[in-house]
Structures are given as C-alpha cells and as structure tokens.
Design a protein around this ligand. Structure first.
Ligand code: UDP
Length: 314
C-alpha cells in the first residue's frame, strides 16, 4: 500500500489509473484543474476514504501534506485539437508543471513517473520506433507546443535523476482509446465512432494512408503499473504494435457499429505524422508486459460506452 499523487487524475488515462491504484489498496491524491479532465471520470470515487480530489492547476506551485510514495505526472491536454486550442497551457504543464511535480517528489523522497508520448518521435523516420530513436520533430510547427513540452519534461526528469538521484520512470504512450474518452475530443477513434454511430460522414484527413497503432486503455494502464512497480527508468514505449491505416480503421469502425456512413476526405493537419508503431521489445523483456485486447474488441467496448452515454448526446 502506497500514497500516490497523480496530476491529471480526472483525465481519460489518469482516471483509469486512479481506479486501478485504489483497487489494489493504494491511497490516491488526484490533482486536476479540469481543463480537459472531467469530474464524471472520478465522481464514483468521491467518498472513498482512499481518494482525495484537489481542483488545482499544477503549473502553479503544488503542495500535498503528509507522506508521499510516488508522484505520477499525467496532467496535459493530449488530443491535437485540445493542445492546439491551449498551446501555452500545454507548454506550461509540460515544463512548469513537470518542474513542480518533480519538486514535490524530491521533497517527499518519492518516486516520480512521467507520462511522455510517441510524439517525442515526431514524424518518425525510423519505423517501428525504438526508445533509442531521437525523433524528427518540428519545434516551431503547431504540434511543437505538445511535442517540445513532452521532450522538455523528459529532459528535466532525467536531470533530476542524474543531479538529485531521484527515482524516476518515463513512459512513452502511443495512441490509446477506450471508455471515458470525450466523444468530441477530436481524435480519430472518437471522431470515427461518433460519426458512425450518428450516421454522419466519417472524416478522413489526407488520403487516409497514414498509420497509427492503437492500444486499449486497460492494457495501457496495466503497462503503467508494471513500470511503476519495476526498477526501470525508461523511457519505455507502452503501446499496441498492431498498425493500421486510417482507412483500415474507418472500415473496422463501420463494421463494428454496423454503420453505412460514407467516407469524406478533408485536409491533412500540418505536420501530421505519416506512420507510428511502437517497438515494445523493451516492455516485453523488462516488464513482462504486452497488450492483450485487439482493436476490434476494444472498438466494440468503446462503442458500447458511447451508446451508454446516449447516441444523441455524443
Ligand atoms: N484523423 C482523421 N480523421 C479525424 C481525426 C483524425 O483522419 O477525424 C487522422 C489524423 O490526421 C491522424 C490520425 O487520424 O493522422 C490520428 O489522429 P489523432 O488526432 O487521433 O492523434 P495523433 O496520433 O495525430 O496524435
């Protein structure tokens, strides 16, 4: 049993992490300013003695009284439309927020774990992406606010590790989907599922031949816990290596939802990566982790979640 602070704990991934930690008996202090996180994701935990929620912007000074065993820094907008709308807050939470969370971990003698991203690889020229690839990122493009914030957060985490001897872990998260994603977060899985369920056209950006590799949230969070419990700093890729074009994803979504929505083609966003696939050899060998839920089943579960929200409310 441990006492764990999680920033961004009301977000899509953060809230699943809160659930799993509490299930195993850990005490969780969740900090979130609810810019992109949602109370709905955590309200089932209100009243649980193991759970505390503090509405707080972690880019400002943070302090948590009492002992802390681990600080998990998960706060950040993560959907491209979200971080394009809040570029300065995204840069602040990746830089100032990471510094504050590191400071908290350091002062408590706690382990620090940071959610990094496959975006540190940018539009990768090495495929699949291994952790030793330095990436191909445009610092001044629109995605730079997210990519560079995360790259900085990795750099300052390593500086605390080297300079202060802080116990750290860095996880590079690839595209993840599942229940609690906001139907209108603008990401591809949510857009396609919502469009298919509502009988709207499916919006393919570019020619749809770009690829992504999608991990179901349950698998992803199991990977986070494996890393938290391990004696590994990373960075380590946690993602599902099965790679799909956006056209293949659209076909699968239509099939799973039994929808006859048409496909429409729209402009490709600036600097949209052409391909993305994690090499998970390191996670397999060092954490004994690999994903179990494949895309069709994960999409079925996510579609069921959207249906439970009411298709007209999506
Ligand atoms: N995409 C698309 N249609 C949409 C939303 C996204 O074709 O309605 C594409 C997008 O251009 C990108 C991929 O899907 O190539 C994944 O986009 P997402 O925003 O989910 O995340 P990313 O992996 O780019 O961070």
């Amino acid at each position: 049993m441990a006492r764990i602070v999680i920033t961004g704990g009301a977000g899509f991934l953060g809230s699943h992490l809160c659930d799993r930690l509490i299930e195993r008996g850990d005490e969780v202090v969740c900090l979130d300013n609810l810019i992109t996180g949602q109370v709905e994701n955590i309200e089932h935990l209100f009243g649980n003695p193991l759970f505390t929620f503090v509405n707080q912007d972690v880019s400002n000074h943070i302090w948590v009284p009492g002992d802390v065993d681990a600080v998990l820094h998960w706060a950040s907008p993560a959907s491209p439309p979200d971080y394009l709308e809040a570029p300065i807050q995204t840069l602040k939470v990746g830089s100032l927020g990471t510094h504050n969370a590191l400071g908290l971990a350091h002062s408590k003698g706690a382990k620090f774990m940071i959610s990094s991203t496959s975006e540190v690889y940018g539009d990768p020229q090495v495929h699949p992406q291994t952790e030793d690839y330095w990436g191909h990122v445009n610092p001044v493009g629109p995605r730079g606010c997210y990519d560079e914030a995360k790259r900085f957060s990795e750099a300052i985490t390593m500086a605390y590790h080297r300079y202060h001897g802080l116990d750290i872990a860095i996880v590079r998260i690839f595209n993840t989907y599942g229940p609690r994603m906001k139907p209108r977060d603008g990401r591809v899985v949510t857009n396609f599922l919502r469009q298919a369920l509502q009988g709207e056209p499916i919006t393919i950006y570019g020619d749809g031949k770009q690829t992504r590799s999608f991990c179901y949230v349950e698998d992803e969070v199991r990977g986070f816990l494996a890393l938290l419990d391990a004696d590994e700093t990373g960075p380590i890729n946690i993602g599902n290596p099965n790679e799909f074009t956006m056209l293949e994803l659209a076909e699968l979504v239509l099939d799973v939802t039994n929808s006859s929505s048409e496909l429409v083609f729209e402009d490709l966003p600036v600097d949209d990566p052409m391909q993305r696939q994690p090499d998970i050899t390191m996670a397999r060998e060092r954490l004994g982790w690999e994903p179990e839920i494949q895309l069709r089943e994960g999409l079925q579960r996510t579609a069921a979640y959207f249906e439970s929200l009411g298709i007209d409310n999506l």
